[in-house]
Design a protein around this ligand. Structure first.
Ligand SMILES: C[S@@+](CC[C@H](N)C(=O)[O-])C[C@H]1O[C@@H](n2cnc3c(N)ncnc32)[C@H](O)[C@@H]1O
Length: 223
């Protein structure tokens, strides 16, 4: 994936000018936290970690930092190409003195391609860019090949959380995950997708309520 499927799934990579303090973190802290730009085993990044989790498209990094703070024994990798978002995440990591976060400041698909099979315990895809127009659906992150790649990197018994407040993207994602026999949707009743999971941390984009439905949470098990 990555280089092999270059169709852009994100909007912008830079918005407002980055403040000097944030720019300094991008220059000094990011190189220390950046994951290798070649195939690597995440266990080597934090050998004492009990598990490795990945958040794809962490936006401002609030959820990423909150999960890392709540689970200091877990290595939490975040992927995000939006520079202002990366700078914001670095601020959270710095201010909360988080030692268990690593960053890929680029397309998550390129990162997935570098990961060994069954190397992740959890993946979060929270409020991905909805690309609501039909002609843009091909830009959605959730595509059959990305779902297959996620199945490859997740260990059997691992979990993936997808959330969106765009009804059509929820249907779209459900269809694609259910089409892959490696994933099983764990919901038993409507409250399972309508109620935020107990360990969910509200994201910045979620709080804006820009979608056309209430937030939906889909939890998949890697069988
Ligand atoms: C709508 S925002 C939501 C951000 C955050 N998850 C939240 O809920 O506040 C979607 C984010 O996904 C990022 N994104 C889109 N495509 C991506 C990709 N291929 N790899 C990593 N991040 C991606 C975008 O840059 C953007 O920051």
């Amino acid at each position: 994936m990555g280089e092999r499927s270059p169709l852009r799934t994100y909007g912008r990579i830079k918005a407002r000018p980055i403040k000097p303090r944030q720019a300094a973190r991008l220059e000094t802290l990011l190189p220390k936290l950046r994951v290798p730009e070649r195939p690597f085993d995440p266990r080597a990044l934090m050998p004492q970690a009990s598990a490795t989790w990945l958040e794809i498209g962490f936006g401002g990094g609030e959820h990423l930092a909150a999960q890392a703070a709540a689970h200091p024994d877990v290595l939490v990798i975040g992927a995000e190409p939006f520079q202002n978002g990366v700078a914001s995440a670095l601020r959270h990591i710095d201010e909360q003195h988080l030692a268990n976060v690593r960053i890929h400041d680029g397309d998550a698909r390129a990162l997935l391609a570098r990961l060994p099979d069954a190397s992740l315990e959890r993946v979060f895809i929270l409020f991905p860019d909805p690309w609501p127009k039909t002609r843009h659906h091909k830009r959605r992150l959730v595509q059959a090949d990305a779902v297959a790649e996620l199945a490859r990197v997740l260990r059997p018994g691992g979990a993936l959380r997808f959330a969106s407040d765009w009804a059509d993207y929820v249907d779209w994602a459900l269809e694609r995950f259910l089409a892959n026999p490696d994933f099983r949707w764990t919901a038993a009743r409507a409250s399972d997708w309508r109620t935020p999971p107990a360990d969910h941390v509200t994201t910045r984009y979620e709080a804006k309520r820009l979608g056309d439905c209430a937030p939906v949470f889909l939890e998949f098990l890697r069988v």
